[in-house]
Design a protein around this ligand. Structure first.
Ligand code: MG
Length: 203
């Protein structure tokens, strides 16, 4: 399986990092070794002094597809969950300045913690999914799928023109404003609505 991710998909987050609001999706990938399953701790690596949390809705793909039209795109989603797109911001800044690829800042081991998933037909309105992240029991990020620049349909359609989507692939759909640094000892809990779907401790 592969992990595809969209960056800068919420305008308030693009602005907080002084990035332009994109006119087409900003895309990067993480390997399967980036996954960190529900309940496992994240061991802070020493190659970055500024790893940020980014809470994101995550789509799990149901079946293989390529060149998927937007009007059929939702048929390719099995379930929706919550994940953290851990980003070594200090390394990413260097990459950006030099115009280099982002993998060392985005795709390292366990940079993609994921929680439990909810089947797509259990959602009443895909354009109104609220989600949030607490750090040490304090709310640090909240978002709603209504505020995405590129919708689930647009993301799936766009990605599938470049990358054949396969069953089990995951798509991180971007983070709202409020990203920040993780520290050893932090405890994170992520929610869709009021449902707690992911908890993680930094060690
Ligand atoms: Mg992200």
């Amino acid at each position: 399986m592969k992990i595809l991710a969209v960056g800068r998909n919420y305008s308030e987050h693009a602005k907080e990092l002084n990035n332009p609001v994109p006119t087409e999706p900003v895309v990067f990938l993480k390997p399967d070794t980036a996954l960190l399953r529900e309940g496992k701790p994240f061991y802070h690596p020493d190659y970055s002094a500024d790893i940020h949390y980014e809470v994101e809705l995550v789509l799990k793909i149901k079946k293989e597809g390529k060149h998927i039209a937007e009007k059929f795109a939702l048929n390719y989603i099995e379930s929706i969950g919550i994940g953290l797109d851990f980003t070594a911001r200090d390394l990413q800044e260097k990459c950006k300045q030099k115009g280099l690829p982002w993998e060392i800042a985005k795709a390292f081991d366990h940079s993609a913690p994921i929680g439990k998933f909810i089947l797509i037909n259990e959602f009443k309105d895909l354009k109104n999914i609220s989600f949030s992240l607490q750090k040490n029991n304090t709310l640090v990020q909240k978002g709603n799928s209504a505020d995405m620049i590129f919708s689930f349909e647009q993301i799936i359609s766009y990605l599938s023109t470049r990358f054949t989507l396969k069953k089990g692939d995951l798509i991180f759909t971007g983070t709202p404003a409020g990203v920040g640094k993780i520290n050893i000892g932090d405890k994170f809990e992520a929610f869709i609505g009021s449902q707690s779907l992911l908890s993680l401790e930094v060690k």
